[in-house]
Design a protein around this ligand. Structure first.
Ligand code: C5P
Length: 242
């Protein structure tokens, strides 16, 4: 992967309930951020309009809707994401190989036909709000957390995905298994001065990058701050040496 400045590696999560709140954050942080993450809360309220707005100011969108449905439906959703022109979007790897494969193929065909860049298709492994106990007791998955993450990431790669969302704690293992060129996106990031909230497997921005993450997703550690630009600056200073 080519060299990226610290700010280009941060994806800012817009976990807010509406268009105006999102635009407010985008405008306050656009100086320091290239990629904004639009998730299900915001997209359900504001729809594609918020994506177009972010594009209109020259920024990229990670559409974090974590599609998980039958292959035909997810392939259709993938096409809709491609038509919107998002930089990156994701599907749950737990949706299975065929679901991921059809989504990847739909994207490749679309970008070939339209001669446009294929959005990065990312597989979500196990949510960072889950730990080993919840994964085993609630999902009934018997493997260890890292074995399950490795298994799902391998499936995602075989299906033609560009990378995975995974806890920073698994980033090193994934990077050594897949080498460069397979994207690792890590949420659950908390600078030392920030509370963990509902995240269970957190790491600092610097540590996540050191372990091999290409992009780190940061939400409340920045957006809940009085001065988000200042919080971003502190994070960038912290990761500058990573
Ligand atoms: O506020 P915080 O930094 O915890 O936000 C993390 C963001 O990353 C949220 O938008 C959440 O939906 C997303 N995410 C996550 N764990 C995953 C995938 C995405 O926390 N495995």
């Amino acid at each position: 992967m080519q060299y990226m400045k610290p700010g280009e590696r941060i994806i800012l999560a817009l976990d807010v309930p509406g268009y105006n709140e999102a635009v407010d954050i985008v405008e306050r942080c656009s100086e320091g951020i290239e990629i904004f993450k639009v998730g299900s809360e915001l997209f359900t309220a504001a729809g594609p309009e918020i994506v177009r707005k972010i594009h209109s100011i020259g920024k990229k969108v990670f559409l974090d809707l974590k599609f998980h449905d039958i292959p035909n439906t997810v392939a259709g959703a993938a096409l809709s994401a491609a038509r919107l022109g998002v930089f990156m979007f994701n599907v749950h790897a737990l949706g299975g190989f065929e679901m991921m494969r059809q989504a990847a193929q739909a994207l490749s065909r679309h970008s070939l036909r339209k001669n446009t860049a294929r959005p990065k298709l990312i597989g979500v492994t196990i949510l960072t709000s889950m730990d080993q106990a919840t994964m085993q007791n609630e999902l009934g998955i018997g493997l260890s957390m890292s074995a399950e993450v490795k298994h799902l990431a391998t499936l995602a790669r075989r299906a033609g995905l560009d990378g995975v969302v995974a806890s920073a704690q698994d980033a090193h293992m994934l990077r050594s298994r897949f080498g460069k060129g397979f994207l690792i996106i890590t949420p659950g990031i908390r600078p030392s001065w920030s509370p963990p909230d509902d995240q269970k497997r957190t790491l600092t921005p610097k540590e996540a990058l050191r372990r091999g993450a290409d992009y780190i997703v940061i939400g409340r550690a920045v957006t809940a701050c009085h001065n988000p630009l200042d919080a971003l600056k502190r994070i960038k200073d912290e990761i500058a040496g990573a």
